[in-house]
Design a protein around this ligand. Structure first.
Ligand code: FES
Ligand SMILES: [Fe+2]
Length: 365
């Protein structure tokens, strides 16, 4: 986890009246909504005798421990101890840590540093999604890999003809998977790439883009990484982003968000059904397919990857892995800047300069 960043930790709809216990960044957290509907996040451990507060109940703005009923407010201060009576003196140390949250884009964002929510930078979001007016659907689940490896698995797509061969969404030539016209640039904490994924044959990249048969057609694809942990995939059928947030060193929480597909994926010749509910169903369905079809295959492929946590020297990357390489460089630079209390801007600018000597993974540069 990189300090001083916003990480999405849950979907908004995952927190209702009942407290929810989750693990993120190797911490046990409890979340609930106060009377005003504001999401609250506290350490999920009662300071009295260590009971998970997520097993407790909400009392108005407060959460009550199920063991002796001590109540804690939104700042984590104990405000009522039934055993001492209404006027009892509550010890100052009877408190839990509270965390800074924001709720935007249908997600709950957790700040991995100090400070008040209103003085912090904006939460990260791809412009393609923040300006989108159609229906979107979000779906979240836990995956058994470190979040760096999950981000890496989404930020290149040339594994698709191998890992996703035979799956419903793999309409690329299974023998293909060649990448042409690859371009990558870094702008602050956003890494963007554009390329054509196509069959490996004699045609030019441009010719493959105009092929009639879907399995002969080349695809114009964009893959972007927004630090600290978001990947967007763009093409002429769908736009999706994927977030991978640390749970611990072996697991991450994944959230995908699909827009409405630009045309029907499985039946490209058929126009979307003219039923209003169908517009909502399609991104909903894409999210489920992502989890149960695509990610199941990805997990089979990358389970057992070593080292479990990726870093600058963990891989021998090729030039087409530039997005991956920049992601690791920026991750390293931002973490260092935060730990050394240095301004992030200088670290970001330095990381954007390819340096084949210290960064030998990009040997093809
Ligand atoms: S353990 Fe929570 S109130 Fe006693
Ligand atoms: Fe994949």
């Amino acid at each position: 986890m990189i300090p001083n960043q916003w990480y999405a930790i849950l979907r908004s709809e995952d927190i209702r009246k009942k407290p929810v216990g989750i693990t993120r960044f190797s911490k046990k957290l409890v979340l609930y909504r106060d009377n005003a509907g504001r999401a609250v996040c506290l350490d999920d451990r009662c300071p009295h005798k260590g009971i998970p507060l997520s097993n407790g109940k909400q009392h108005g703005d407060h959460i009550a421990c199920p063991y002796h009923g001590f109540q804690f407010n939104q700042e984590g201060k104990c405000v009522h101890m039934p055993v001492l009576g209404r006027n009892g003196t509550i010890p100052k140390a009877m408190c839990v840590r509270s965390y800074t949250l924001r709720e935007e884009h249908g997600l709950i964002w957790f700040w991995t540093g100090a400070g008040q929510a209103d003085t912090l930078p904006p939460v990260p979001m791809f412009e393609n999604f923040s300006r989108y007016k159609g229906f979107t659907s979000r779906y979240g689940w836990n995956a058994p890999v470190h979040y760096t490896r999950y981000v890496e698995s989404v930020c290149e797509v040339y594994h698709v003809p191998f890992v996703h061969k035979g799956s419903a969404l793999n309409i690329w030539d299974p023998k293909g998977g060649r990448v042409d016209d690859f371009k990558c640039e870094v702008n602050g904490t956003l890494i963007s790439s554009n390329f054509i994924l196509r069959a490996d044959d004699e045609r030019t990249a441009e010719e493959t883009l105009h092929a009639m048969l879907p399995w002969k057609r080349g695809w114009r694809i964009g893959v972007d990484v927004q630090m600290p942990n978001m990947v967007q995939i763009r093409n002429d059928v769908f736009d999706v982003y994927v977030i991978a947030t640390p749970i611990d060193d072996d697991n991450c929480w994944v959230c995908v968000c699909y827009q409405e597909p630009k045309r029907d994926l499985l039946l490209p010749m058929i126009k979307p059904l003219p039923i209003p509910v169908w517009r909502r169903v399609r991104p909903w369905m894409m999210c489920r397919m992502e989890r149960y079809i695509q990610q199941a295959k990805d997990m089979e492929a990358i389970r057992g990857q070593e080292p479990r946590i990726s870093h600058l020297k963990a891989n021998k990357l090729i030039a087409l892995d530039k997005v991956n390489a920049y992601y690791l460089k920026l991750r390293d630079a931002l973490s260092r800047a935060a730990l050394e209390n240095q301004p992030a801007q200088a670290a970001i600018a330095a990381a954007a300069q390819p340096d084949p000597v210290t960064h030998n993974e990009m040997a093809a540069d």
